[in-house]
Every structure is written in C-alpha cells, then in structure tokens.
Design a protein around this ligand. Structure first.
Ligand code: TEU
Ligand code: CA
Length: 576
C-alpha cells in the first residue's frame, strides 16, 4: 500500500471496540529484519502491514521497542520515551502508528512499569547516594544482620530478588534479572512520572497498553508479597483517572496469578481499571509439581477445559477475557497442545477454532497463524533467553540433571516462541539477509507464509476465516458461552448464544478418532461456519470425528419464544 491510501473508518469509534477486534502480538526482534543486522525492526513491521491487514486483525500488541540494554529483550527499559536503535527511531514509530492506522489497525504498546533497566536514569540517580531524590523510586533495604539479603524473597528468574549495591551498602529489589530493578509504586512522584509517560504515548496516537506483570506493582517486599498486593487496585484506578479515562483505549493487564475473582476486579465494567486481564490458569495448570515449568505435565484436555471454562463462567456477566494459546513467553501452541508431527495442520487449526470462538478478545502470536512449531533446540548454547540461561546455570550449580532440564526447556522454554517468523523457504526464512540473532527453525522449508498465502486449506486461511467470522457474526463477540461435554477427555465443545442466533462448536482435541453421543444442549442443525475437514452442518445423534476435526455450526433458534419447543433450521440470513 502506498502512502496515499485513504484513511479507513477510525477503528476506535465505538465504545468497547476492543471486544470485537482481534489482536496480533509482534515480538519485534524476531518478526522481520529490514536492514540485514539479524534483528527484526520497526521498518520491517511496516513492510508487513498489508499482510496483517489481509489477515483481518485490528490491533498490534507490540512487545517493547523502547531504548534498552536488552538483557531481557526490551523488558528492561532504559528510556520510556525513545526507541532502541536496533529497532529504529521515534520517527519510525510515528510512521508505524500512522501506516497501521490507515489500515484500521491500532498499536498497543507494551507498558513495562513494574521495573526498569538498571541503566535507566532514574536508577542511576537512585543508586548514586542514599539521599538522592530518586532513591525512593526503587526498593532499597539494609542487609540482614548477617550481611545477607534482607529476606528470602525469590526472583522469577532464579535466585534471590535482592542484589547488593557496594557503593551505598544496601540491597535493591529485582523480581526479575538484577538488571531489572523494581520500581517503588508507593512513591507518588514515581507514579506521576509513569502516568505522564503514558499520556505522552497516548497523545502520539497509540491505541492502548498491554501492561507487563501489572499484578506485581502493589508488592510489599517486607511481607514477602509479590503479586496482588493491598494497593494494587488503588494504583490501577489512579492510573485510569490520570491517563486512561475518556480515551477509549484497549488495556490488558498481564497477571500470572489472577483468579476468576481478581479477574473481575481488573476488568469489571464499573471498576475503572482495565479492559481485560491476560491470565494463565490454562497454562500453569499443566505445569509440573510446585509449578515447575521445566517439568511440564503431558497435555490433559479435561484440566485445560476446566481452567478455560471456569474463566468463561466467572466473566460471563461482567469483566472480559483475553483468549490466547501462545505468546512470547510460552511454547508454540501446536507443539504444546496439538500434534506437530502427525496432524500438524489439523491440530493447529483445531486449537485456533477453540481459541477464537470462545467469549473474549482473541490474541494471535506472530507465526501462530502459519502453525509455527517449537524451536527444537537441544544445546544450551542455542538459547538466548535470560530465564532459560539463569535456570540452567542454577541447575548446573546445584548438580541437577541437565539433560532433564534441556528436555524441559525444549518443551516449555521461552525461546520456542522467539525463533524468527518463517516468511519463505529461503535461507533464514526471509527474516533477514544477515545472520539471525537466534536460530531459524529448519522446518521453514515446509512451514512458511509463502506456502500458505494462496492456499485455502492452509492454517493461515483458517485463521483468516476465524478472524472474519468475528466481524460478520455478533454471536461470536457477544454471545453467551455454554460449555458442553466438560468431562469428555477428547472433545472440546460449547455453544454461543445471542438472541435467536446460536453457534455450536465441536472440536476433537486429540490425535485419535472420537465418537460421542451428542447431548440435547449441543444438538444443532444449520449452516457450517467453519471447518478444518469437509464442512458439516449438523451436530446430532452419535457423532464420529476425525483426529483434530473442528467445526462450528450457525443456526437460528426460536429461543425467545417460550411457546415453541423446537428449533428452526434456518441459515444465517433466512427465516428472520
Ligand atoms: O513476563 C512475566 C513473567 O512472570 C514471565 O517471565 C514468567 O515468569 C515466565 O515466562 C514463566 O516462567 C513478563 C514478560 O512477558 C516477560 O517477557 C518478561 O521477561 C517479564 O515480564 C519481565 O518483564
Ligand atoms: Ca534490523
């Protein structure tokens, strides 16, 4: 598209517009490299906007592009008002916002305000002396009587959450790497600085924020409280007043520990906090004992459904769900939940069918739409991720089984999501002309955008159709959600209902054929809305399903009319 493309209808006209959109997450380092330095960048993103517009998405969640020493690939920010040189310039960012806007796509920035980089000027001032005015922007404590850390608070990236600073003789807190010191949200000046910065970005035209580990900002280190601290919601309501109110933007808070109850606190309509919460119960309920992600349990559908259905129920009347099966911290969905060997296309499309047709706003992580798989790394030197490297070092120091750790990392490590996007079958998958910063998956000769772009049977085409369904059928956005067959170990099924419209979804979430007796609540006859095998328009009797077969049937009922027990077999437009 050229620069003179007329602006489409502004994407943010309607209240709650974020309920009917689809979000696409870009991890910029791995998306598209425009200048051959091996690192994806903002001009690379601009060059792919037509591809994204064609996919049908309405929002890009951009993982951090701010100035950063990149200890955690940008989740360690040294200047909130500048762009990392490897990603581009502020002018590139403005161009991205404008070009995306022309295509009806909003840019949601990643807001990382639980911590900064240790190179941020605030931290440099804070560590300069105990009486520096910025000292209190971070969390400093005296050593324990024995000179060790103030307490046992652990970091999420292995080891203690406290690092000793020689110059001033105190410890500072870092819930992530030592290069990511935690901000002290109890300091009102700090909070004012953050809101100022948010307004600065909103005034530049961004469509909202994805808020990194937002449930940690209320931490109370002296009480060993990391997430969900007592002031958390006060701070979010203040943030709403100071930066978000009246803007009609999308805000999504990442919370690894949210429960359905706290989910409502973040996203309830009268709470004046966030649009929606990004929670991980369906992810972590499949981790190993004591939440050990390096020893994940084999996939179990009943556990997975229970977590998702619980959230669907809890946020049925109020609040709003984010729907996702992958992101930059997780393994690839088709590898974790599907069968990336024997039923790659079928399982990738089946998983997507479930994710896009539940109630909530769906998120697609870059490459998911072509069924990208796990990285297949077997050696520690293939990894770049600080979390994986730190835990490997910790396992090594403790004399633990490193082969088992590497198996865990291959299954669940974050770099699985971070190999470059597979655009073509060419060397380095069309991601870069140079040497990529992390290995390209060798299966890019088979799995790539080029291969799928003109193929109606591709994973990509299936994603395009799912995203399209949301735009044409209000029942996908607003319909209520009724789970079916909850204890069935192979089948994921539910209905969505809005007035007399109904969408029934049936997915064989396994690599074996499935057969089941359809309960009355799921029986449907109408038109096929989507399928990954031959289309089907009836769900009834004893149903047989092929491995990973997924389909949805749209119908009209006379649900509104209590005198009528039977339902019609209308198509989408007939019989109104
Ligand atoms: O992730 C939060 C987080 O807690 C993860 O690091 C999580 O613990 C891990 O992936 C599971 O073991 C956010 C960002 O999404 C992540 O990329 C950052 O590294 C982290 O915050 C720190 O900013
Ligand atoms: Ca580059």
């Amino acid at each position: 598209m050229a620069d003179n493309v007329p602006a489409t209808k502004p994407y943010r006209d309607d209240a709650d517009w974020w309920k009917s959109t689809t979000v696409y997450q870009i991890y910029p380092r791995s998306f598209c490299d425009s200048n051959g330095d091996g690192i994806g960048d903002i001009p690379g993103i601009v060059s792919k906007l037509d591809y994204l517009a064609d996919l049908g998405i309405g929002v890009i969640w951009l993982s951090p592009v701010y100035a950063s020493p990149m200890e955690d690939n940008g989740y360690d920010i040294s200047d909130y008002r500048d762009i990392a040189p490897e990603f581009g310039t502020l002018a590139d960012m403005d161009r991205l916002i404008a070009e995306a806007g022309k295509r009806g796509i909003g840019i949601v920035m990643d807001l990382v305000v639980n911590h900064t980089s240790d190179r941020h000027e605030w931290f440099e001032a804070s560590r300069a002396s105990r009486d520096n005015p910025k000292r209190d922007f971070y969390v400093w404590r005296d050593p324990a009587p024995d000179g060790g850390p103030p307490n046992d608070l652990p970091s999420y990236f292995a080891g203690s959450a406290w690092a000793f600073d020689e110059a001033t003789g105190q410890y500072y807190m870092h819930l992530f790497a030592p290069g990511q010191p935690d901000l002290n949200w109890d300091n009102p000046q700090l909070r004012a600085e953050i809101y100022d910065m948010m307004n600065w970005w909103l005034d530049r035209g961004v469509a909202g924020f994805r808020m990194d580990v937002i449930d940690l900002i209320g931490k109370q280190p002296d009480r060993l409280i990391r997430n969900n601290g007592p002031k958390l919601h006060d701070y979010l309501q203040e943030m709403h007043r100071e930066a978000l109110a009246g803007r009609n933007v999308l805000t999504v808070g990442e919370s690894w520990e949210a429960t359905p109850e706290t989910g409502l606190l973040f996203s309830g309509r009268d709470r004046d906090e966030l649009s929606m919460v990004f929670q991980f119960q369906h992810v972590t309920s499949l981790w190993g004992e004591d939440g050990n992600k390096w020893r994940p349990r084999p996939f179990d559908l009943v556990t997975f459904k229970r977590a998702l259905n619980e959230w669907q129920r809890a946020l049925a009347e109020d609040g709003w769900n984010s729907l996702f099966v992958s992101n930059h911290d997780l393994p690839r969905a088709v590898s974790r939940y599907g069968d990336d060997r024997r039923h790659w296309r079928e399982s990738a499309t089946a998983i997507a069918t479930v994710n896009h047709l539940m109630r909530g706003t769906p998120y697609v992580f870059q490459g998911e739409e072509i069924g990208m798989t796990n990285a297949g790394f077997t050696q520690i030197d293939q990894y770049r991720d600080v979390e994986t490297l730190n835990f490997h070092a910790e396992h090594e120091a403790a004399g633990y089984d490193l082969a088992a750790f590497l198996d865990g990392a291959a299954a669940n490590g974050r770099d699985n999501a971070r190999t470059p996007v597979q655009w073509t079958a060419a060397k380095n998958s069309g991601f870069t002309d140079g040497i990529p910063w992390i290995g390209v998956n060798p299966n890019h000769d088979r799995i790539n955008v080029d291969n799928q772009i003109g193929d109606e049977h591709s994973v990509l085409a299936h994603y395009r159709r799912l995203i399209g369904l949301r735009k044409t059928h209000p029942v996908v956005v607003h319909g209520d959600y009724v789970p079916c067959l909850e204890d069935n170990p192979q089948i994921f099924a539910f209905t969505r209902n809005l007035g007399n419209r109904r969408l029934a979804v049936v997915v064989n979430f396994s690599s074996e054929p499935a057969r089941c007796d359809i309960p009355a609540g799921l029986e449907t006859s109408g038109v096929c809305a989507i399928s990954n095998y031959a289309p089907r328009d009836t769900i009834a009797g004893t149903l047989g399903l092929a491995p990973w077969e997924a389909f949805a049937v749209l119908s009209e009922t006379r649900g509104q009319d209590p005198s009528s027990g039977s339902k019609s077999t209308g198509t989408d437009t007939a019989q109104r």
